[in-house]
Design a protein around this ligand. Structure first.
Ligand SMILES: NC(=O)c1ccc[n+]([C@@H]2O[C@H](COP(=O)([O-])OP(=O)(O)OC[C@H]3O[C@@H](n4cnc5c(N)ncnc54)[C@H](OP(=O)(O)O)[C@@H]3O)[C@@H](O)[C@H]2O)c1
Length: 302
């Protein structure tokens, strides 16, 4: 039996981890997040409120539950907010990781830490794990700094970098890109979408499985985890429109230079997945499969 503690369990990835982990009979799950548990069916796991920015809170919870591994998903993930509130970003994205590293060192816990494609500037994607980080935003710099904390530590750790995560809606959570696209397409409200930012969107079920594998096997090092298809954001909205049988009349393709704060977003990220495939047998689903799982069957049947 492996005891796994996750942070940020109310979030997008956190919810998927709870669903996958509580279904396993070889895992005991401790879910933690800020404030109350927002899941409507809180069965099959223990929930404990834990603010990762408070060192004492992290130490107390780790001492009480003594997990074998922590999957750390909690973060400030909105790029624009991070830019406007750099101190808050640093406390949550770097300071919290320092607290977790301290607790992992004290109690011998393996740490699986979530990071991002935004540690790269997007001028040379798709990227391999060994390439140097080149962040261009406060968010990207904070995530790169957190990775450095792990490299400088003596604990057992894995970093999972991922890209534009999508999945089913979570209770009280932010809209992910697919639901945002579906909402604006249905409303017909005019919207501008960039066609010069390329990503390999990640299905949250694939990402959760990879994180769990890394936690249970205590795998170490950096792992790139994303989907298999590359699209620009305008194409992605177009795929959602086609899937739902909606028109794209209200969606105007624009370049990054037309939008504010576009310089914070790397033009082309994407990951090479050879390491994840060989070490974890990672095989992501296609974007088409992900769209159907999240939005239901395509109206065109394709
Ligand atoms: N989503 C993406 O497209 C994407 C892409 C690349 C990398 N990542 C990385 O993947 C990880 C998971 O992302 P996600 O999309 O699942 O994020 P998310 O949906 O924003 O979830 C993060 C969760 O952390 C919680 N949280 C915030 N502050 C906290 C605190 N002080 N203590 C404890 N919990 C706190 C949030 O609580 P509230 O819900 O109450 O605010 C939220 O539920 C992050 O590390 C992110 O940087 C995500």
């Amino acid at each position: 039996m492996t005891r796994i503690l996750i942070t940020g369990s109310n979030g997008l990835l956190g919810n998927r981890l709870v669903e996958q982990l509580r279904a396993r009979n070889d895992v005991e799950l401790i879910a933690t997040s800020l404030g109350a548990d927002r899941r409507p069916d809180p069965t099959g796991y223990t929930y404990e409120p834990m603010d990762v920015t408070l060192e004492q809170s992290v130490t107390d919870v780790c001492q009480r539950f003594r997990p074998d591994a922590i999957i750390h998903t909690a973060a400030l993930t909105q790029v624009d907010v991070a830019e406007q509130q750099p101190a808050r970003c640093r406390i949550l994205n770097v300071g919290a990781v320092a607290h977790l590293v301290g607790a992992c060192a004290q109690f011998g816990i393996h740490l699986v830490h979530l990071s991002t494609d935004f540690v790269f500037n997007g001028l040379a994607g798709p990227y391999e794990e060994c390439e140097p980080t080149t962040p261009i935003s406060t968010y990207g710099r904070s995530k790169a700094a957190a990775e450095q904390l792990l490299r400088d530590s003596t604990i057992s750790w894995a970093v999972v970098r991922t890209i534009l995560v999508y999945g089913k809606e979570v209770p009280g959570g932010r809209l992910n890109i697919l639901h945002w696209a579906a909402r604006v397409l249905r409303s017909g409200e005019p919207v501008q979408v960039v066609e010069d930012q390329f990503r390999m969107p990640t299905y949250d079920e694939d990402l959760a499985r990879a994180c769990i594998d890394l936690a249970i096997k205590r795998e170490q090092g950096i792992f790139h985890i994303c989907g298999k298809d590359e699209v620009n954001i305008y194409e992605l909205v177009g795929r959602v429109a086609r899937h739902l049988g909606l028109g794209m009349e209200s969606v105007r393709p624009v370049s990054s230079s037309d939008l504010p704060m576009a310089e914070l977003r790397p033009p082309r990220t994407g990951f090479r997945l050879n390491k994840a495939k060989s070490r974890l047998n990672y095989e992501p689903v296609s974007l088409e499969f992900g769209l159907t799982s999240v939005l239901g069957p395509s109206v065109s049947g394709s």
